[in-house]
Write a protein that binds this ligand. Structure first.
Ligand SMILES: [Zn+2]
Length: 457
């Protein structure tokens, strides 16, 4: 399959228009946040056979028209072209990208990554194979704390080089926006550096980065030996780190690792309330390893998302279901690649959450300890195989629902007029084939804000 950007009109090199044509399917994800049965509907426009005034049937493939970085129109070629002409956008004014019988989807959105860190932790794989659990490794001073040491010692340039390498990988898997958490500094200086590097990488593009402050990711070593260590660290997050982070002005959200043996629901609530007072949207790592009241807390404080949920309790499911009818429901962001990599076999009850009307998003949880994969399509495959999601449910979870998890559902995540022209051309004729080829390299072109940033020539 070949893909070419063809100059459209005389000024095509500088045209603000891009027309993607020749797709077998365009999954528009039009219609907003997906929950319940609607999670399975990705609003596909397909190639149709049209009978032309009694003449021979014609294949009418959908087109996506972008103008000045935003979506202008999506629909069957003939009708959409007529509308564009009538509105003063003749197709000769567009550069063209041939989807060559593939699929077009919104750019994928990874709503949960720990993009920036130093060092690797491949040794923990052997420990887990011998039966050590996540909290055993953490208690022994490994896990997050070894990454914290390496990250504190890394320069901004080293962190940025690492970030660029993995952002490039994410881009090749069709990702156009990610959330990136701090949380491997656990002191104000390093947390601010992590946020600063994330913001700088976002400015470099093409992937947009949404920074989150996660100072409460673990209790750092210098607090652990004190009898009141966790509580003292919570105080330092609230009194020192949060004001510094708010003054820096980069982070949009505040996150807490609410988990038995890490931060309690009460401690998480105090941190997230303090963050909220400073304008940071709450989100949390909830009920990953044990039912810890995280989902209930997310519902109570109106968090943007509750992430992981592999060990959510029945009361937690009730709480998220109760919040699902709110204007801004808590999005359940499921991270199945983590469960897979931890070899726990205990996956989040995604089907029950969907049945209860809770909107689901999927992320990679990209991090050096428990999910070192940058591939969101791989997370989709695991979600289909181990959580029972349909391919369409998984696609909604990494597009429009992931956008809502980041509070960006009215900017990205769907191909509708006015939304950002972030999209992926995949070399498969059906969107159901995206999770069907695990680990395959399916992306033929990526368009960011109307500009072809990967492939296309
Ligand atoms: Zn995480």
């Amino acid at each position: 399959m070949t893909f070419r950007v063809i100059a459209g009109g005389r000024d095509a090199a500088s045209t603000p228009g891009l027309l993607i044509h020749g797709a077998a399917q365009v999954a528009t994800l039009a219609g907003g946040l997906r929950r319940g049965a609607a999670q399975d509907d990705v609003a596909i426009v397909s190639t149709t056979d049209t009978a032309d005034r009694g003449g021979p049937g014609r294949r009418d493939a959908p087109v996506v028209a972008c103008w000045e970085g935003a979506i202008l129109a999506v629909g069957p070629r003939a009708a959409t072209t007529r509308t564009l002409e009538a509105e003063g956008y003749p197709v000769s004014r567009f550069a063209r990208l041939d989807a060559a019988g593939g699929t077009v989807t919104p750019g994928l959105i990874d709503p949960h990554t720990h993009l920036l860190f130093a060092g690797t932790r491949e040794g923990e794989l052997r420990l887990r194979q011998r039966g050590a659990g996540y909290l055993d490794i953490l208690a022994a001073g490994g896990g997050i704390l070894s990454t914290v040491n390496a990250t504190r010692a890394a320069s901004n340039e080293e962190l940025a080089a690492h970030g660029r390498r993995w952002l490039a990988e994410m881009g090749r898997h069709g990702v156009t926006t990610i959330e990136a958490k701090s949380g491997y500094g656990l002191d104000l200086e390093t947390e601010l550096r992590l946020l600063e590097v994330a913001a700088a990488l976002g400015r470099e593009g093409p992937i947009d980065i949404v920074p989150t402050f996660l100072g409460a990711h673990a209790v750092p070593r210098d607090y652990r030996d004190r009898p009141d260590g966790t509580e003292a660290y919570v105080q330092s997050v609230i009194e020192e780190q949060l004001p510094g982070v708010a003054a820096q002005g980069i982070a949009r959200s505040c996150d807490v690792f609410c988990e038995e043996g890490v931060f309690s629901a009460d401690q998480a609530r105090r941190i997230l309330d303090a963050g909220k007072a400073l304008g940071l949207v709450p989100r949390l790592h909830a009920d990953e390893l044990a039912a810890s009241g995280g989902a209930e807390l997310a519902a109570a404080i109106g968090a943007a998302s509750a992430d992981h949920l592999a060990a959510i309790s029945a009361a937690g499911i009730d709480a998220l279901a109760g919040a699902a009818e709110a204007d801004h429901p808590v999005v359940a962001t499921i991270l199945p690649a983590t469960t897979w990599f931890l070899m726990s076999g205990h996956y989040a009850p995604a089907r029950r959450l969907i049945e209860r009307g809770v909107p689901l998003a999927l992320g990679t949880d990209f991090n050096p300890g428990t999910s070192p994969t940058p591939s969101l399509p791989l997370a989709m495959t695991i979600a289909c195989l181990s959580l029972g999601l349909t391919p369409a449910e998984a696609l909604a979870a990494v597009t429009i629902n992931a956008a809502h998890a980041l509070g960006m559902g009215d900017e990205i995540g769907s191909l509708e007029p006015g939304q950002a022209a972030d999209l992926v051309v995949g070399g498969v004729p059906s969107v159901d084939q995206i999770p069907y080829w695990p680990g395959a390299d399916l992306v033929c072109a990526v368009v960011k804000r109307g500009r072809v940033v990967i492939g296309g020539d």
